[in-house]
Design a protein around this ligand. Structure first.
Ligand code: IPM
Ligand code: MG
Length: 353
């Protein structure tokens, strides 16, 4: 197949990790006979420096025409002045919104060799395999914002339609997995959460009756994720709760540097990115963990291009790379630390065999 992939390297470690992701994409193309054409565009702080905008119109137009998008990370101290009009994160939020990417899939899986890289006890972790579906284009992230000298507000709004469509994504995933869905909200306090709960309940009982649904308050979910992570299958939640819970959940896998994500809309076009940030403290040092980005390439092949076999080949290569002890500083054991490039090289070599 032929496909055009827009690469948005972004800031900090973004360029280093996407470089490895693109190498993996190219080797997959060669091995399986596909033609992947990649084009680089600016987003985030890099785009602000070059054009004054965190999401230049050319970037948005290229993304709309692409088959899929691979993104590194945005942000850094240079663009994080809370009082600045233009901030690097705006680029990421704007592209999600512009492309209608309302469902963010964040799988949390555990490599057996990394059980000791987690801060959680091995017994508790065993069997953990969670798919978090985070609503990505609504809620408090996108509501009206106000600011005066002495007060500020962020409006949280959800429509029934926004809740229904993300629930359907989660329901379908649950049907393909262990048929259990936990919907996370704060229905004891928030009106949006009460609408969320009622809507999820209705969609699940009428369209996904074979899936067992449980509602959980977000504070309790945060606790149970650490207490009994292996009891979760699919989780669905609103934008901000999903942001927070997935950083927490990454600690089950051992590092933020291991978690990929897919942001999907109504069609095939998707944006794929590691859930970690730009890590300015280690940027440009060949230290960052590229596995989350490489695994995001696997999700890209699976969800936007329908290439399941190719996706699994990448997942297997990453897994065997970890088994072979190729571990960057965030997951290193016994003093042996691999670089970003070493990790990428190993995965590419495995795929070339
Ligand atoms: C994420 C990030 C972003 C978010 C930031 C960088 C705007 O934390 O993708 O989880 O909050 O969505
Ligand atoms: Mg986050």
């Amino acid at each position: 197949m032929k496909a055009t992939i827009v690469v948005l390297a972004g800031d900090g470690i973004g360029p280093e990790v996407t470089r490895e992701g693109v190498r993996v994409l190219q080797i997959i193309g060669k091995k399986f006979g596909h033609e992947f054409h990649t084009i680089n565009h600016l987003i985030g702080g890099a785009a602000i420096d070059a054009t004054g905008s965190a999401l230049p119109p050319e970037t948005e137009a290229a993304c709309k025409k692409a088959d899929a998008i691979l993104l590194g990370a945005v942000g850094g101290p240079k663009w994080s002045d809370p009082n600045a009009k233009v901030r690097s994160e705006q680029g990421l939020l704007a592209i999600r919104k512009a492309l209608g990417l309302f469902a963010n899939l964040r799988p949390v899986t555990l490599h057996p060799d990394l059980i000791d890289a987690s801060t959680i006890k091995p017994d508790v972790l065993k069997g953990t395999d969670i798919m978090v579906v985070r609503e990505l284009t609504g809620g408090i992230y996108f509501g009206e914002k106000t600011r005066t000298e002495t007060s500020a507000s962020d409006l949280c709004t959800y429509t029934v339609e926004e809740i229904e469509r993300v629930t359907r994504v989660a329901g379908k995933l649950a049907q393909q997995r262990r048929k259990q869905l936990v919907s996370v909200d704060k229905a004891n306090v928030l009106e949006t959460s009460r609408l969320w709960r009622t809507t999820v309940e209705r969609v699940m009982s009428s369209e996904f009756a074979d899936v067992k649904l449980e509602h959980m308050l977000v504070d309790s979910a945060a606790m149970h994720l650490i207490r009994r992570p292996s009891s979760f299958d699919v989780m669905v939640t609103e934008n901000m709760f999903g942001d927070i819970l997935t950083d927490e959940a990454s600690m089950l896998a051992g590092s933020l540097g291991l978690l990929p994500s897919a942001s999907l809309g109504a069609g095939k076009l998707g944006l794929y990115e590691p859930i970690h940030g730009s890590a300015p403290d280690i940027a440009g040092q060949n230290k960052a963990n590229p596995y989350a980005t490489i695994l995001s390439v696997a999700m890209l092949l699976r969800h936007s291009l329908g290439l399941e076999k190719e996706a699994q080949a990448i997942e297997l290569a990453v897994s065997s790379s970890i088994s072979a002890g190729i571990r960057t500083a965030d997951i290193a054991a016994s003093g042996r630390v691999s670089s970003t490039m070493e990790a990428g090289n190993f995965v590419v070599a495995r795929l070339s065999e």
